[in-house]
Design a protein. Structure first.
Length: 668
């Protein structure tokens, strides 16, 4: 027996190691299935324009006490928004924050025609000096409700600014789209200093007007970008529970006026959420109706601490939110319970990944192998929406099972169907600071250090130009296999160039029915990836607008157009019933995520169905008085524009009745 123990010890240990490796190794695609999936996608990229006349920089001036962190402080700001600025019916215009010149550039998307010359928004009105302010992102919307697309820019160093389009004699006259086509309005006191890294829009209180949720990062009033300041500055006061960030804000839309000097008004709400929610270090926000009551919930992705999911319990003019969190199960780690994570939330998006008719939540964190390997999140809905009222979030975290837990230092997280097969793909922006000196050992030391020291900038390690933290990541494009697991095909598709990316915006920029995307890179060229696949399936595209409440009926147009005096129906819920029994769900997006904003168009991939197949579409929306309506349409594949009427032809419903109908339809 002694001989057996001595001579079998090593073989048994090796066998145990082999068994452990076998059961813990990552699944792999067969070469045949990988090639079949790869063949369904193809993209052609083209560079976004850069405004001339300014030196291209690679770092921002910062507070003297933050100088050793200048690359870290300068690591955000690249952004992109796809929208229809010129009224031609296509989301073929891009609002691009170019960090190298500190400018916000409006232009036609490359490859869609030179409809107007690219130009820079003039934000030299009520502002601080240019040296202490940097644009961080934008939203496109119609906040004064005149049918023209406006632009909001949010900043590090001041409150957001609105650029309202002037009315013009010809409603669609792209020749006049220039800096003079916009009028500047300050959203709040321009002498304040906000450090905004996230914003989204939705009708949060259900009054029929679009509101703004603003997510701030550094403390209000700080002098982060002021190289002449002498006061003390604060960083995060903990690695995993930081609650000393800037104040997140809710601004309720009050409408506005149109004309050559348009106006807009918002009312600041100071008690919309509790202090711990208001002072997370927010890097992404997402608004989505998760329980079918036509009031959007709000997800705040926070750096250095708990993300927050806020259940919307508002009434018109009286916003109210309750924090809901997940339930820990025996097989769920503490930081994968919704609302209890200690990770670095930096992106959020919504989509139905499990096919149950309810939107799921996809979140980016840091998941760099051999670095700070946290995990990205995929919260799949259980369908138990009544649990929201009990303060519990009805979701199960499933990122590892789906193959979406790992990639790199994540930012934007985006769900979209690029091959029109009715199954969502996942694409991420990754990378932090590019250089040649590896700073991961120092970051590991900081992560294991005393949290009490973290708020003091002097306790942080150096991250300056030339230093590297995940500076050579690639942006993964995850495609779902037959097994249900996602696999990254970015290398196979030859789109795996190392980039330091922040924002991803999706839209059908050329009207051909398949989704294209734009990426915004930090301190580098940004790109549009035009979808050129010849194997994409059929699609159903919906451009949903709010029209006159007293209109005789909903207007359906079978080709893209931007109706006069109509605004995108932000928050409208859409269910598409396919001939084979599948149901696809979506909502009109108001700008969810970090710094990339998709168009408000609704896009469904239908797979290989006949051209004359009939898709039954259910739509629910709020009119401009806050009343809930629903309508049903039978449609064939292609693009359709709907201008939705109001009280005479929509079926009005109470909030509870609407929820009950949605539940019944989603489970049938």
């Amino acid at each position: 027996m002694t001989w057996l123990r001595q001579n079998l010890r090593i073989p048994v240990a090796l066998a145990l190691i082999a068994i452990t490796y076998w059961f813990s190794r990552m699944p792999e695609l067969s070469s045949v299935e990988r090639e079949q999936l790869r063949s369904e996608f193809q993209f052609q990229k083209e560079r976004l324009p850069v405004a001339s006349g300014r030196e291209l920089k690679s770092v921002r001036p910062v507070h003297p006490k933050l100088e050793h962190l200048s690359a870290w402080i300068s690591s955000v700001g690249a952004a992109c928004t796809l929208t229809d600025l010129d009224g031609d019916g296509l989301a073929n215009d891009v609002v691009h924050v170019e960090t190298r010149t500190n400018q916000v550039i409006l232009s036609p998307v490359p490859g869609t025609g030179a409809r107007y010359a690219p130009f820079v928004l003039d934000d030299s009105g009520p502002s601080h000096s240019d040296e202490t302010v940097a644009p961080m992102g934008s939203l496109a919307g119609d906040w004064n409700e005149d049918g023209l697309t406006d632009v909001m820019v949010y900043y590090s160093g001041r409150p957001p600014l609105m650029f309202l389009q002037r009315s013009r004699p010809d409603a669609i006259d792209s020749a006049v789209l220039s800096p003079d086509a916009f009028v500047l309005h300050a959203v709040s006191d321009p002498e304040q200093r906000w450090y905004t890294n996230a914003a989204t829009q939705a009708d949060f209180d259900g009054d029929g007007h679009i509101d703004l949720a603003i997510g701030n990062y550094f403390q209000d009033g700080a002098h982060i970008l002021d190289p002449s300041a002498t006061d003390d500055q604060q960083m995060h006061h903990a690695m995993s529970r930081a609650l000393n960030g800037g104040t997140n804000r809710l601004l309720l839309g009050q409408g506005g006026t149109s004309g050559r000097e348009p106006t807009v008004s918002f009312r600041m709400v100071n008690d919309a959420w509790t202090s711990d929610v208001a002072h997370g270090w927010t890097l992404a926000m997402g608004a989505c109706d998760l329980d079918g009551d036509m009031l959007p919930e709000l997800y705040c992705a926070n750096d250095f601490g708990n993300d927050r999911l806020l259940h919307n319990r508002s009434r018109p003019g009286k916003p109210a939110f309750a924090v809901v969190d997940g339930t820990k199960r025996w097989n769920t780690s503490n930081s994968k319970v919704l609302g209890h994570d200690s990770f670095k939330g930096m992106g959020v998006d919504f989509g139905d990944l499990n096919g149950d008719g309810w939107m799921d939540i996809y979140v980016s964190n840091i998941a760099a192998v051999y670095a700070l390997e946290e995990s990205h999140f995929v919260f799949l809905s259980t369908g138990d929406i009544e649990s929201f009222q009990r303060g519990k979030a009805p979701y199960e975290e499933s990122s590892e099972q789906l193959g979406l837990a790992r990639s790199g230092w994540g930012w934007e997280a985006r769900l979209a169907d690029f091959n029109n097969d009715g199954v969502l793909e996942a694409i991420q922006a990754t990378g932090f600071v590019r250089g040649t000196r590896n700073r991961w050992p120092q970051l590991h030391e900081a992560a294991m250090g005393n949290d009490l020291l973290l708020r003091y900038p002097a306790a942080w390690h150096r991250v300056q130009p030339g230093d590297d933290l995940s500076g050579h990541d690639i942006n993964p494009l995850f495609v779902r296999s037959k097994s249900g697991r996602f696999y990254d095909l970015s290398v196979d598709l030859q789109i795996a160039d190392p980039q330091v990316t922040r924002g991803i915006a999706t839209a059908d920029i050329d009207g051909d029915g398949d989704l294209d995307f734009v990426i915004a890179n930090q301190w580098d060229d940004s790109w549009v990836y035009q979808n050129t696949s010849s194997r994409a399936g059929k699609f159903l595209g919906l451009k949903l607008f709010l029209g006159d409440q007293a209109s005789g009926s909903d207007m359906v147009v079978d080709h893209p157009t931007h109706p006069v005096d109509a605004a995108p129906a932000i928050g409208a819920l859409v269910r598409a019933h396919l001939p084979d029994g599948r149901m696809l769900v979506s909502q009109v997006d108001g700008g969810n995520g970090h710094s990339g904003k998709r168009s408000p168009d609704v896009h469904f991939g239908l797979g290989q169905i006949p051209d004359d197949a009939v898709v039954s579409v259910d739509i629910r929306w709020r009119d401009r008085r806050g009343n809930i309506h629903s309508s049903k349409h039978d449609m064939t594949p292609g693009w359709h524009t709907l201008v939705m009427g109001g009280s005479q032809h929509g079926r009005q419903a109470s909030r509870r009745q609407a929820t009950n109908r949605f539940m019944a339809a989603s489970t049938r």
